[in-house]
Design a protein around this ligand. Structure first.
Ligand code: NAD
Length: 251
């Protein structure tokens, strides 16, 4: 059987990287996209070394022309995209007292509009094929909690939940499922950032509050994404799955 094509945004590091590897392990041809060329090339190399198929395409999700061109190029080579993982995201500390319009827009351009841009470009071919599965990464920040001094992030991630539900309702008749994942606290470059996020000490402090006893690993999110795009989740659409080790249900 021909390989299905999965495109991941922000696939060079962290949760995106783990998702690229997991998708390749599940038999997908993986289109690794990111603004990080070197890191993404490493991911492509790792997939090929393991016998999988992958390629890198530079994609800044804030750039509509770039997004349209990348999707067109993938479709030219491989036909309609079967799976999209909208993973690219930024999290910046932006206290309300000093929050600028530019900071608000920057986060929304990447974390919310960036998802729409890529999905919008890929959906026409998916619709024609009457098939597709999309996963967008929200966060427990914005969908369950608010994150102190991160209003744009919380708002954008809450918006991702709305994006998922709206798209799911609109695309169900075309055989396209759309779901979201709200990760809890996952060790990555994002959460290890001392200024903009928790840093190592903050991650350590969180650990005792997590019922399953540890901070998440990128693979914990990747495996759920692979499930959600698989046929095993064929009757699931419009849902935001919280993957947080039980953090939000407490002890
Ligand atoms: N790590 C966590 O605890 C956590 C929790 C909740 C949600 N999330 C979400 O999961 C996703 C992945 O997070 P992560 O922890 O792996 O983050 P990360 O910072 O490790 O990786 C983010 C990726 O997005 C890419 N990116 C940033 N701006 C981009 C742009 N303009 N265009 C294309 N790519 C861009 C980066 O280059 C990088 O590859 C994000 O959407 C994040 O908000 C993470």
């Amino acid at each position: 059987m021909a390989k299905e094509t999965a495109l991941v945004t922000g696939g060079g590091i962290g949760i995106g990287r783990a998702t690229c590897l997991a998708l390749a392990g599940a038999g997908y041809r993986v289109i690794v996209t990111d603004v990080l060329g070197e890191e993404s090339a490493e991911v492509v190399g790792a997939i090929k070394l393991a016998g999988g198929e992958a390629e890198f395409l530079a994609l800044d999700v804030t750039d509509t022309t770039n997004a349209n061109n990348v999707i067109a190029s993938v479709e030219k080579s491989h036909g309609a995209i079967d799976v999209i993982i909208s993973n690219a995201g930024i999290a910046k500390k932006t206290p309300l007292a000093s929050l600028t319009d530019e900071e608000w827009d920057e986060t929304h351009e990447v974390d919310l509009k960036g998802m729409m841009r890529v999905i919008r470009a890929a959906v026409p071919a998916m619709r024609e094929k009457k098939k597709g599965a999309i996963v967008c990464h929200a966060s427990i920040a914005g969908t369950v909690y608010g994150w102190d001094e991160h209003v744009p992030y919380s708002a954008a991630k809450g918006g991702v939940a709305g994006l998922v539900r709206g798209l799911a309702a609109e695309l169900a008749k075309d055989g396209i499922r759309v779901n979201g994942i709200a990760p809890g606290i996952v060790r990555s470059a994002q959460t290890l950032d001392e200024h903009h996020s928790l840093g190592q000490a903050g991650l350590d402090a969180f650990e005792p509050k997590i019922p399953l006893g540890r901070v998440g690993r990128p693979e914990d999110i990747a495996d759920v994404a692979v499930f959600l795009v698989s046929d095993a989740a064929r009757y699931v659409t419009g849902q935001i799955i919280v993957v947080d080790g039980g953090l939000t249900i407490g002890l």
